[in-house]
Design a protein around this ligand. Structure first.
Ligand SMILES: [Zn+2]
Length: 353
């Protein structure tokens, strides 16, 4: 019998929710926030291999991820502008004075075909796009408490590549484990206009990535595990728990959400056509999610309606734009909301196909 894709998804989520609310995780977050006053957000591709908290070794739920196919954000998107503003306000309320925004692209050092599907694996195009996006961000926020940095996420070694303000590139896979003062010197040289507080809070993340690269090297994990086998399309927000490399996550920031949903559907169909995904073994699943931060008041119901609406919308987009996928293969759907204080899921609609 085929594995049920939705049950599988729910199992993974329940495990993550349990670790998120474990005493250990709560203490880790408290310790993290006692040492830093900088909120970090990460603009990235929908490709779930790009997992900020693993690369930067942060406790679950402290980074704010923003995802779209290829990381092709545009700063004019009204929903994105609203999200950034709300995020800044939440940070200010918690006395976190600085906001660091990492604008990322991703690639593989071993094989360009393991690069970003959103840019047809053309890393130079991804870099050019991200450079222009960061420029737009800087024009808006240069007089504020926000600081933007461009980084590459290299998925073979899970290494960060830092792009300095004057174009200098530093691959952390080529940096030895070194002292904090040495790293501070390196960061100041790369980002001369970064404020002292952000430098102080960014350096531990850089150091953590250098350690992480070392751990990945020691693992010697099989390279096959790193290719494209995406068969899950996750639309909406609140997927911080998801670390399955076979999930494509689309945040609803763009005013034309049909575009990234159709692209993600196309990536999954392409994986099936190439034999990388066999639907009978790895079922195709579409999940929609909306988070809420205040369990009392209008937020949970707003989230419920958003998730249900997104679910109908996403399925319709696939029917219209990627008909070969939904007609030829069973695509199950699930609409959920998530309480961001506990990561507990509420299921509002489920269709197993
Ligand atoms: Zn990508």
């Amino acid at each position: 019998m085929a594995t049920n894709g939705i049950d599988q998804f729910l199992r993974t989520q329940a495990q993550s929710a349990a670790s998120f609310s474990s005493t250990r995780a709560v203490l880790e977050r408290e310790l993290y926030w006692s040492r830093t006053s900088t909120e970090i957000e990460v603009y990235k591709c929908s490709d779930a291999r790009v997992k900020g908290s693993r690369y930067l070794k942060t406790p679950l739920g402290v980074l704010t991820p923003r995802r779209t196919i290829g990381g092709k954000f545009e700063m004019w998107w009204p929903d994105l502008q609203k999200e950034i503003e709300m995020w800044r306000q939440r940070a200010a309320k918690k006395f976190r004075h600085r906001c660091l925004s990492l604008f990322s692209y991703h690639f593989s050092r071993g094989d360009e075909h393991r690069g970003c599907a959103g840019f047809d694996c053309q890393t130079n195009d991804a870099i050019a796009y991200t450079t222009a996006l960061l420029e737009d961000f800087k024009r808006i926020y240069q007089q504020s408490t926000m600081f933007g940095v461009m980084v590459g996420f290299e998925t073979d070694l899970e290494a960060m590549v830092l792009h300095g303000e004057s174009g200098e590139v530093l691959d952390l896979a080529e940096v030895e484990i070194t002292s904090v003062s040495r790293l501070e010197w390196m960061i100041r040289r790369l980002f001369p206009s970064m404020d002292e507080e952000s430098v102080r809070d960014f350096v531990p993340r850089v150091q953590a990535n250098i350690e992480h690269i070392q751990e990945v090297r020691e693992l010697e994990r099989p390279i096959e595990a790193l290719g494209h086998q995406e068969h899950m399309l996750l639309v909406g927000r609140g997927y911080e728990y998801m670390h399955d490399p076979n999930a494509l996550i689309v945040s609803p920031h763009t005013p034309d959400l049909a575009v990234p949903i159709a692209s993600a559907g196309g990536v999954i169909l392409n994986n099936i056509n190439q034999g990388l995904v066999i639907p009978a073994k790895t079922p195709i699943v579409v999940v929609t999610s909306a988070p809420y931060f205040e369990p009392i008041g209008p937020e949970p119901e707003l989230a419920r309606q958003k998730s249900l609406g997104l679910c109908r919308f996403a399925y319709r987009v696939l029917e219209e734009r990627v008909p070969e996928l939904v007609r030829n293969y069973p695509v199950s759907t699930l609409a959920v909301t998530i309480d961001m204080t506990t990561w507990r899921l509420n299921i509002h609609d489920r269709v197993d196909r």
